[in-house]
Design a protein around this ligand. Structure first.
Ligand code: 3H9
Length: 694
């Protein structure tokens, strides 16, 4: 039973009891209606309290029901709210912890609302690509006014209940025992004559509603590119302002039904669940005990090490920062301080917090100072010999049970673990640059990594606000292994007739934050060069276009050398197409006997994205990633894949794997086609009419 019903001396208490967050799924909705009816039919009951068990009043509609018959099966949330609102006996919503989405809409249907301080109040539907679909766009403006409500609806951001104490939303914000306060309040209003107040009957007062709505629309349309929901939120609020509650409600419903079926909403919901699913590892149970991480050490105070250290400091965890030379240590500390100063300047950090954060760092040149650390993250030069020295030393100094993590982006974590006598304590923690900003953390699981080490790192990742995704050991792990195939296709296309600016523009139009050539110029073309040189030795059979090597031979490493695939002017990061490079590409094609042809934008997007998809499928086949949504989370949070497309694997499902397979077949039959070895799982799933996500 998803709802409990109890009585307390003339007051009925209906308690939503649908863990984890009292989502308003079908059985919960039905339970509320039953409870209200039971209370109506009991003459001893004078008032009804509606509340939630556990860690929420309610997190809103059950998102897992969307686009299933249950979502529209009666009683729908609209019906439930109608039943609550038309109850002859007063209904009091007693809100604590979380009242979001449909949960807040349900509370807005009650006659009175009483809240505990610290509750998160929000209409976050817009973050799922929809709008509040059970009256939120109509009742919230009537409860707290047009401006405050529109801000909440369009941003989806939570506001603490105490901040809304005088907003008109709550009749009381009650510190202390909420249940007691709610019962006392219920007895008071239960003694009053009806009818009891309804939010829908309030007026929206605003001196210039039309002007404010237009202002909001202008602001939002600039920001909401590619996402239809934010503007629809404004339309729905406007409909209520102009045409009254009932017409506004009908319009809101229409918009909700349309939005819930959009690919954008599907993608955002995929990301919501994908993020949570990523933290679950199939063979590591949720109750696996975790190790206590009270002190962290970071080895290397360069850009990466400094950024990594900041993550822990920001979460209040003290960090010992180790370098080999004093000047490198000083430089590292100065950079961290500069980063915090920039945050203070932008108003993102309180000035007094700067010194508090810096005080959490203990700089050192001695490995002996690492002996108390519970976790040590190594961020030294990316070379196995260097890692070997570090890990052998760590094995000597680290206390038993300390977790030893490597920030390697390409090296074999199992070989690194073998430098120690405790491979079970070794794990990869691959941060992305800038490490204090980027959300993604690839957690690399070695063959011996202990389960409690993984569980600890995943929990810690949540604390430092990273999206952690587990990867098995392979060259490049999930993200870089896939990007290599993407870059490979980009280079082949230069050889076959495209130019860097055309490739970048096409994929940026698809929605990527940055095309492969601008990205490469930013990261440094020499990095890819070094990796290719290694590949030529390790995989002499693997076919690469040598065009990027040619560029590197001229010293055009990218922005840092004033030129790469593009030209750059001093102090200006704008990428200007380069005549020299374009001519070099033409000459290269000639030399390689490649016939240059016009390559369409559609082909560019297909070859780049399907190269990711094909490699992603192989990564799944090999068990390097345990589910398709993990790969999508890597690409959404670390590689600038457009959020509204939900990641490469969801995008492939949207296109249809049958179509992906056919496209790959076409490209495989063309020049440079040997790079396309179709992943068997694509053909298998396509034949079954299925996708990566079911
Ligand atoms: C809506 O209401 C539409 C209406 O306007 C109209 C309808 C007609 N449904 O985040 P956590 C699960 S749209 C289903 O780790 P926290 C979540 O997947 C809804 N499941 O915990 C996870 O499951 P698991 C508008 C949900 O304490 C578990 O709960 N509401 C829902 O860090 C714990 O989640 C929202 O958008 C749901 N609505 O944060 C609120 N919510 O354990 C979305 C959560 O199996 N939710 N789950 O991985 C949140 O923002 C956070 O979950 C919340 C708790 C703040 C509630």
């Amino acid at each position: 039973m998803a709802v409990d019903y109890t009585t307390h001396d003339g007051v009925a208490v209906i308690t939503l009891n649908n863990p984890p967050v009292n989502g308003l799924g079908l059985s919960t909705r039905a339970g509320i209606v039953d409870g209200i009816e039971r209370a109506q039919n009991d003459p001893s009951i004078k008032a009804i309290v509606l509340t939630g068990a556990g860690k929420a009043f309610s997190g809103g509609a059950d998102i897992t029901e969307f686009n299933t018959p249950k979502a529209t099966q009666e009683p729908t949330l609209a019906t439930v709210i109608k039943v609550v609102e038309s109850s002859a006996k007063p209904v009091i919503a007693a809100i604590h912890s979380v009242a979001m989405g449909g949960g807040l809409e349900l509370a807005l249907g009650a006659h009175y609302r009483i809240a505990a301080p610290g509750a998160q109040i929000a209409l976050p539907e817009v973050k799922l690509g929809i709008l509040p679909g059970a009256g939120g766009t109509q009742r919230l403006p009537r409860a707290i006014g047009l401006e405050a409500s529109l801000n909440m609806i369009v941003s989806g951001a939570p506001v603490l209940s105490e901040k809304l104490a005088d907003s008109g939303l709550f009749d009381e914000v009650a510190p202390g025992d909420l249940a007691e306060a709610a019962l006392a309040f219920a007895r008071k209003v239960g003694a009053k004559e009806g009818p009891h107040p309804r939010v829908r009957d309030r007026q929206i007062e605003h001196p210039n509603a039309a002007g404010f709505i237009q202002f909001a629309r202008n602001t939002v349309s600039a920001m909401a590119k590619n996402f239809p929901a934010p503007l629809k939120c404004i339309d729905a609020v406007e409909a209520g302002v102009q045409n009254g509650f009932d017409k506004g409600l009908a319009f809101e419903r229409e918009c909700f039904i349309a939005l819930v079926q959009t690919p954008e909403s599907h993608a955002l919901r995929h990301a919501f669940f994908g993020e949570r699913a990523a933290s679950k590892i199939p063979d590591v149970p949720a109750d696996t005990p975790v190790r206590d991480i009270a002190q962290v050490a970071v080895i290397g105070a360069g850009t990466m090490g400094g950024g990594i250290a900041m993550n822990f400091i920001n979460a209040g965890i003290p960090v010992t920062l180790l370098e080999t030379k004093q000047d490198a240590l000083d430089r590292g500390l100065a950079t961290i301080r500069k980063n915090y100063e920039a945050s203070v300047k932008k108003g993102k950090l309180k000035p007094e917090a700067l010194d508090q954060r810096m005080a959490l760092i203990t700089p050192t040149l001695s490995y002996d100072d690492l002996k108390h650390a519970d976790l040590i993250v190594e961020a030294v030069f990316e070379e196995l010999g260097v890692k070997e020295q570090v890990f052998r030393r760590l094995d000597e100094v680290a206390k038993p049970g300390a977790i030893l993590a490597s920030n390697t982006s390409t090296l074999d974590v199992d070989r690194i673990a073998a430098f120690t006598k405790r491979p079970q304590d070794v794990v990869g923690m691959h941060f992305f640059s800038p490490a204090n900003v980027m959300k993604l953390l690839e957690v690399v699981r070695g063959k011996d990594t202990a389960k409690d080490v993984l569980a600890t790192v995943m929990k810690l990742a949540k604390k430092i606000r990273k999206t952690a995704v587990v990867s098995g050991v392979c060259d490049g792990f999930i993200g870089n292994r896939m990007i290599e195939q993407y870059i490979r296709q980009a280079l082949f296309m230069l050889e076959e007739g495209a130019l860097p600016a055309q490739v970048d523009k096409a994929i940026e139009k698809f929605g990527f934050a940055m095309g492969p050539f601008r990205m490469s110029d930013l990261a440094g073309n020499d990095i890819g060069w070094a990796i290719r040189k290694r590949r030529y030795q390790e995989h002499p059979d693997m076919h690469y276009s040598k065009i990027a090597d040619r560029l590197c031979e001229t010293g055009r490493f990218g922005q840092k050398t004033g030129g790469g695939w593009y030209d750059y002017k001093a102090g200006d990061r704008t990428a200007y197409p380069s005549k020299v490079v374009d001519e070099m590409i033409g000459a290269f094609s000639k030399e390689a006997n490649a016939e240059r042809r016009k390559i369409s934008d559609e082909e560019i997007v297909e070859r780049l994205v399907f190269a990711l998809v094909n490699e992603g499928a192989k990564i799944l086949e090999e068990g390097i990633a345990s589910k398709a949504s993990d790969i999508d989370m890597v690409y959404l949070t670390g590689y600038g894949f457009p959020l509204y497309r939900g990641g490469p694997m969801l995008y492939a499902d949207t296109v249809g794997l049958y179509n992906v397979e056919r496209a790959i077949g076409r490209y495989a039959a063309r020049p440079n086609g040997d790079a396309w070895q179709l992943a068997p799982s694509i053909a298998k799933l396509a034949a079954q009419g299925r996708g990566f996500n079911g």
